[in-house]
Design a protein around this ligand. Structure first.
Ligand code: SF4
Ligand code: SF4
Length: 611
């Protein structure tokens, strides 16, 4: 897998500090390194957010150590402030920042194209196309970083992070640790405006050397003959689609491919020498026409009379992932080639589409049902009390049957957005819901803001004791990290109390009625009222403790009213051939929620035996 290859590259490059915040498609880099264990003698731990991760890695790199920070696409926004300043300070040890973009998008709130971020931050950006390059470019990224004295952004996309392929490994290297750190305020103190101006000059001079350094490291590649009919400029995963499409068209000999491994600064010398030999150029890339505009700029500056085609002309889409079919269609048109017949796939029966459900026994399901019951109990209609959501599994509560959250915007935004609506004059109560890891990541400051400004609102912290959505990573509340490092647990209740909220209750959401009572009570009270709905992630709890009880349906009592299914939507419930409800006992975690909502007492507990 591409991410495992990056992890291998980290070991071959001798990084000694690796940290990041989990997020698909980047998470497996740190997870792979953590699984390799103590033998590596690398600090490899999750950080509380991407900003902190970058700053830890940066702190290591200014002392001469090699370090990496990892994040998914929006993580670059969280880390942007220190990353942009880091371009002025520079590094002494190699620092590589993995930013994993998600065209598609498969698991991300936007299709943010972080190639623009390299331009904004003025940090070199490189990009691999294959798992082999993912490993090699990681090693070269550290080398480039040390040649330039700048952090290097390793930009990947989901198809490279998760691509599977053979990788030829190289020798590993002893981790490169602290060497020296001397006081240089002109580099590392951004309060000096004259220093900043000088460092900006230094940065521009350094960036001007990037192309030559990248050339020596072999980051860019040119394939194809001199008399090509068409030049193709491409990068990243798009390169693979280009090659496959050309093979299927039998047109590999008719084109020249310029594959950019260096995205920023643009390799202008390479592009101008290659473009001067072309009449027509197709730029194949995912998301924005970033490279296309670079190519057009270079052609304009060099006075080249060439035709540059791509997204601006509508040959390729501006949104979503590319694939071989899309690239093949564009190439067939430009090369006047007959697209090969598509092999007819064997007929398949497609399952009807269903919204992704919360897991059986998920405490978030109980929490949202309790919030909904509490809103009604407090005398409001559900459609007049907005429930703000945040980033995490609980965003799945947006789907039927819960239809709970009204928003899911960005990490930590639930509290501030609810506050904004209330401040604007919204006349009814507002509820913000946020997971424990998201609260640690970006929710603390919004809660401080709400308390300080005395805004009336209910905040529900959904504390399942883990970063669940991205694969059960640790939170700051853990007593030991994934690598076995003893950790001081940070207490959520203490933080919330210290912020000075007006009312605080810790409840178990499996007690739906108990929680609903507190919700109703807190909705009626002024001030910032916080409920910590504390119950471990059902999957994690089942894995750690086993399942001691499950629920089953007594068919004679079941009236087929479907209340259990309609209210909870638990995926362990199914409809039997005689129209009654059954429970997949292997999936049931024994939360008892369906039994709570069965009006006929048809769902009863039974021992599960340990599983
Ligand atoms: S008790 Fe009911 S709601 Fe809970 S996991 Fe089992 S089937 Fe699902
Ligand atoms: S709520 Fe009870 S009676 Fe109604 S379908 Fe479910 S198990 Fe049967």
């Amino acid at each position: 897998m591409g991410n495992e290859a990056i992890a291998r590259g980290v070991v071959e490059a001798g990084a000694s500090v690796v940290t990041g915040y989990p997020g698909t498609p980047s998470s497996e880099v740190i997870e792979t390194l953590q699984k390799l264990g103590d033998g590596l003698d690398i600090y490899v731990e999750w950080a509380v957010n991407e900003r902190v991760a970058f700053e830890i890695a940066y702190g290591a790199a200014i002392g001469g150590a090699r370090a990496m920070a990892t994040m998914k696409a929006p993580g670059a926004n969280v880390a942007a402030d220190p990353m942009i300043s880091a371009a002025y300070g520079g590094v002494d040890g190699g620092l590589v920042v993995l930013i994993a973009d998600d065209p598609g998008p498969h698991t991300t709130q936007t299709e943010q194209d972080n190639r623009w971020f390299a331009e904004l931050a003025k940090l070199p950006m490189i990009t691999p196309s294959t798992p082999q390059e993912a490993k090699d470019f990681t090693v070269k990224g550290f080398e480039l970083s040390e040649i330039l004295g700048l952090p290097v952004l390793l930009r990947t996309t989901t198809r490279v992070n998760h691509a599977v392929g053979d990788v030829v490994t190289g020798p590993t290297r002893e981790p490169v640790r602290f060497k020296r750190f001397v006081r240089q305020p002109e580099r590392f103190v951004r309060a000096g405006m004259a220093w900043n101006l000088e460092r900006h000059r230094w940065l521009n001079r350094t960036l001007a050397q990037t192309e030559d350094a990248a050339e020596k490291l072999g980051l860019n590649m040119v394939e194809g003959g001199e008399n090509a009919e068409l030049c193709i400029v491409t990068e990243g995963a798009a390169y693979n689609y280009v090659v496959e499409a050309l093979e299927r068209l039998g047109a590999l000999e008719r084109v020249r491919i310029v594959k950019l491994g260096l995205l920023y600064p643009a390799p202008r010398k390479l592009l101008s020498s290659q473009l001067s030999q072309c009449r027509r150029v197709l730029v194949v890339e995912e998301l924005d026409p970033y490279v296309e505009h670079v190519v057009k700029r270079v052609a304009f500056d060099e006075g080249l009379r060439i035709e540059v085609l791509g997204k601006d002309e509508g040959l390729l889409p501006l949104e979503g992932e590319l694939d071989t079919a899309k690239v093949l269609a564009a190439l067939a048109k430009l090369l006047d080639a007959e697209p090969p017949a598509v092999e007819s796939a064997s007929p398949r029966r497609e399952a009807p589409p269903r919204p992704p459900p919360l897991c059986p026994g998920c405490p978030h399901r109980s929490s949202y049902l309790a919030i909904i019951l509490g809103i009604r109990r407090a005398g409001y209609r559900v459609d007049e009390v907005p429930i703000f959501g945040d980033i995490g599994c609980y965003a799945l509560s947006v789907y039927p049957p819960l239809n709970a959250i009204w928003t899911e915007h960005s990490m930590g935004a639930s509290i501030s957005m609810a506050m904004g609506l209330k401040l604007s004059g919204y006349p009814k109560p507002v509820v913000a819901t946020i997971g424990d890891s998201t609260f640690f990541h970006a929710g603390i400051q919004p809660l401080i803001e709400a308390v300080h400004k005395r805004v009336d609102m209910l905040v529900v912290i959904l504390d399942n004791d883990v970063v669940a959505m991205t694969g059960h990573q640790s939170t700051p509340a853990w007593t030991r990290t994934e690598t076995g490092r003893p950790a001081r647990p940070v207490n959520l209740v203490d933080i919330v109390k210290a912020i000075g909220v007006d009312n605080l209750a810790v409840v178990d959401p499996y007690d739906v009625d108990g929680m609903a009572r507190v919700v109703a009570e807190f909705l009626r009270k002024p001030g910032v009222n916080v409920i910590i709905a504390k119950h471990p992630c059902a999957l994690l709890e089942a894995r750690l403790k086993g399942v001691e009880k499950v629920y089953t349906v007594v068919p004679e009592k079941c009236t087929s009213c479907m209340a259990c299914v309609k209210v909870t939507g638990c995926p362990a419930l199914y409809v039997t051939e005689d129209g009654k409800v059954g429970i997949v006992e292997e999936d049931c975690t024994g939360c008892g929620l369906c039994a709570r909502f069965c009006p006929y007492g048809a769902i009863v507990e039974k021992p599960a035996g340990r599983r």
